[in-house]
Design a protein around this ligand. Structure first.
Ligand SMILES: N[C@@H](CCC(=O)N[C@@H](CS)C(=O)NCC(=O)O)C(=O)O
Length: 176
């Protein structure tokens, strides 16, 4: 059983989605950010950085294991189940680079945009550049992600099963 410490935010949702997709049994323990429950001593013992999400995995040799940082949790769950993280060098590197990109770039940029545009009491001029940086991150992700998906479909296609008509978007055939 896994205890999921979370709240209704994008980083929290990432772990809920992964647990559902992996079919792992888990129990949700809400950490109400509006009530600042992330600063409680009990939760700080699980995540010293005082942010959701965090998990405690009770099914690990040596006793319960607590993990914080959504990317580290996703890797733990993938390795635990042997799914979503390829073992070959190419597949693993591709997956890890997009995970690191999301963690270090898309997530923080969009999070900061949300704060400065919607929540910060003082409206400062840089909020417009935060907003455009956010649009840029989001556009780069969707463009590159669709290209990566196309490449992956082309390069992983078995030579014995040729593509059916219309299975690839226009321009995605490599010709090799
Ligand atoms: N890099 C962390 C970010 C976690 C994070 O920023 N969590 C937010 C909610 S999405 C939080 O707990 N905020 C409360 C606070 O900062 O006090 C991760 O991916 O897990």
């Amino acid at each position: 059983m896994i205890d999921l410490y979370t709240w209704t935010t994008p980083n929290g949702r990432k772990i809920s989605i992964a647990l559902e997709e992996l079919g792992l049994p888990y129990k949700v323990i809400p950490v109400n950010l509006q009530k600042e429950e992330q600063f409680s001593p009990a939760f700080t013992a699980i995540n010293p950085n005082q942010k959701i999400p965090a998990i405690v995995d009770h099914d690990v040799p040596g006793g319960p294991l607590s993990v914080f940082e959504s990317g580290a949790i996703l890797v733990h769950l993938a390795e635990k189940t042997g799914r979503f993280l390829p073992k070959d060098a190419r597949g693993r590197a591709t997956t890890m680079q997009w995970l690191m990109y999301q963690m270090s770039h898309v997530g923080p940029i969009i999070g900061q945009t949300g704060h400065f545009v919607n929540q910060a009491p003082e409206k400062i001029p840089t909020r417009s550049s935060a907003s455009s940086a956010s649009r840029c991150a989001s556009s780069a992700s969707s463009t590159r992600a669709s290209r990566a998906a196309i490449t992956s479909r082309v390069t992983t296609r078995s030579p014995t099963s040729p593509p059916t008509r219309g299975s690839s978007p226009p321009g995605s055939r490599s010709g090799t």
